[in-house]
Structure formats: C-alpha cells, structure tokens
Design a protein around this ligand. Structure first.
Ligand code: COA
Length: 306
C-alpha cells in the first residue's frame, strides 16, 4: 500500500492541431470509419508536427500558467514517455532547459512504463516530494506517430499524439497508489523501431486487469467505489472501458471517455483527460480514481484529489 500527502497544484495539456480521421486512414490502409469506430470508439486522433520535447514543454508550460506557479519553484521533473526521438538527454532534462529553470538543484529524468507511465511517474514524484523536493512537474507525453507503422492496419488506427502535465507538492491531501507489473507478457506489445501488438491478447489482459486494479487500490486503502466521484481510465479502446463499467456496475457518466477525439495517446492519455476534467470542474475538489495499463505488462491505479 502506498499513501502520500500531496497537493495537486495545477494541470495542463497540449493537443496538436492536425487531425487524422478514420476516413483519412481508410485511404492509407484497408479499413473503414465504420470498422474503426465500432471496434475502438475512435473517430479522430492528432498528429504532431512538434517533437516530443516541444509537446512536453507546451503541456508543462500550460500547467505552470494555469497554476500561476513560479517555474523556479520546480526542482523535480519526471517525464513518462516511450517515444522520445533520442535516448539521451532525457526529455525531462531538456524541458528544464526550455523552461529556463534556474534552481541551484533540480532532478530530471524520464520513465518508461508504456501507457501506465503517468501513474508510475505520479507515484515516484509523490514519494519524492515527501522528502526535500519543493514542486514536481510530472509530464506524460507521446508522439506515437514516431513509432506507428502506417502500413499496419492492426495498429495504425489506434494511436495519436498529445501531452499532459501535473504539478504537485507536499500537502494535506491523501494520494493512494497501487502500481504493479509482470514481465512475462513482453512480446504482446513491443516498440523497437515500430509498434508490434497482439491486439486480441492485449485486449483480454486489459479487461481483466482494470477492474482488479480499481478494486485493489480501493481495498488496500479501505475505500469504496461510492467514495469516488469520478474515474479517469487510460483511453485504449472504448470497449475496454465499457467492459469494466459493466464488471463494476458503474454509472457511465462517472467515467471520462475522450478516446473518440484522441485515440490512444499512451502515457499522455490520463494527464490529458485529467486536465480536461479539471477545466469542466474548476471549482470543486473531487476524489478521482485514475487507472492505466500498458506494455510489459505494467498497470496501476491511483486515487487523487483534483
Ligand atoms: N480495419 C479493418 N479490419 C481490420 C483492421 C482494421 N483496421 N484491423 C484488423 N482487422 C481485421 C483483422 O485482420 C481480422 O480479420 P480476420 O478475421 O479476417 O482475421 C478482423 O478484423 C478481426 O480482428 P481482431 O484483431 O479480432 O479484432 P478485434 O475486435 O480484437 O479488434 C483491436 C482489434 C486492436 C481494436 C482490439 O483487439 C484492441 O483494441 N486491442 C487492445 C489494443 C490496445 O489497447 N493496445 C494498447 C494497449 S495500452
């Protein structure tokens, strides 16, 4: 069980302008709007001209502006991503430079937990701000088009580009985590040069692990679903989301679904969704449960106050 005392200071996002529709994709591979929408819930996804660094920077800047944060109070930057154009320096390190943060001491690093990346990064940052760090900027960013094979209809219809960010500090709100992984399903979803995926097996894994993760983070912290105001899941397939809604007998209005607009943006999907949720619920603090899963496999859930 992991529980920390934090405060979510602010959130932000950056969504690239360029839209790729299902009809656009049907001109590239043998597919159709009807097939994609009924199998995945996706209508459009975004394609970035920006680099992973620019996407991350713009989401971070949005969080800094929305929270009226002095950028020089930030002394920890953690970036969850699997699509950086280069192995080093880290995106987090370059975000520090681009933001011109002039602290005497700043720790910056990237984290790879595929689509669970943001939940993992948030736990790492939450633990570190319990020590002597002041403010942590946590970013989930993906330029999936860097790794999508646009000749493979099994995968190219699913993914999109985006970035989301959150600034946290040590505070009075409880934040609960259950993060987990298993290393024996590594061949189901890999990204070397391009994405390779056994979609059906990934799907089966996801529909099993998501409700279990939700129950686990609740049970370990003696909470019930009734105490959760809203659920923000990783956006991979609307059928995966509808499956856990059914398993847990949830009210669909209590679950954020934006996959129709963005597709699967991997580590960016949860922080983007959180920021959208916050825009619509600016003046009320709510108990929100986030849940993700991704390659490895990795998975995790957290309960935060936003
Ligand atoms: N357009 C049209 N037909 C397609 C297609 C496409 N884009 N992609 C696959 N097909 C075909 C397949 O070739 C197959 O044809 P066949 O029956 O003649 O062999 C048929 O559609 C069914 O394929 P299948 O893979 O069984 O479809 P599905 O219902 O499982 O849906 C996914 C495929 C990928 C949408 C679904 O498995 C999925 O979402 N999996 C999870 C992926 C995921 O979330 N990954 C990220 C994890 S973070």
């Amino acid at each position: 069980m992991s529980k920390y005392k934090t405060k979510v200071v602010s959130t932000g996002r950056f969504i690239p302008d360029k839209i790729l529709t299902n009809d656009d994709l049907s001109k590239m591979v043998d597919t159709s709007d009807e097939w994609i929408y009924t199998r995945t819930g996706i209508k459009t996804r975004r394609i970035a001209d920006e680099s992973v660094l620019e996407l991350a920077y713009l989401a971070g800047l949005d969080a800094i502006k929305k929270g009226n944060v002095d950028k020089n109070d930030i002394d920890l930057i953690v970036v969850a991503t699997i699509t950086a154009e280069q192995k080093t320096p880290s995106i987090a390190n370059m975000v520090q430079k681009k933001l011109e943060i002039e602290n005497t001491q700043v720790m910056t690093f990237d984290l790879n937990a595929a689509c669970t990346g943001f939940v993992y990064a948030l736990e790492v940052a939450s633990a570190l701000v319990q020590t002597n760090f002041n403010k942590a900027l946590v970013i989930g960013v993906e330029k999936m088009t860097n790794v999508v094979d646009f000749t493979d209809r099994n995968t190219c219809i699913l993914f999109g580009d985006a970035a989301g960010a959150m600034i946290i500090e040590k505070g009075n709100d409880d934040i609960f985590f259950y993060n987990d992984s298993k290393g024996d399903l590594t061949d189901l979803l890999t990204v070397d040069d391009k994405i390779h995926m056994d979609g059906r097996k990934v799907y089966q894994f996801a529909v099993d692990i998501i409700p279990k993760s939700i129950n686990r983070v609740l049970e370990e912290n003696n909470l019930t679903l009734d105490e959760i105001d809203y659920i923000i899941p990783h956006q991979a397939n609307v059928r995966i989301i509808d499956s856990f809604i059914k398993t847990l007998n949830l009210d669909r209005d209590k679950v954020l679904i934006n996959i129709d607009k963005y597709g699967n943006t991997s580590a960016a999907s949860i922080p983007v969704a959180i920021d959208e949720y916050k825009d619509d619920n600016a003046n009320s603090v709510k108990n929100v449960l986030i849940v993700g899963f991704g390659g490895g496999f990795t998975w995790g859930a957290a309960i935060i106050k936003i």
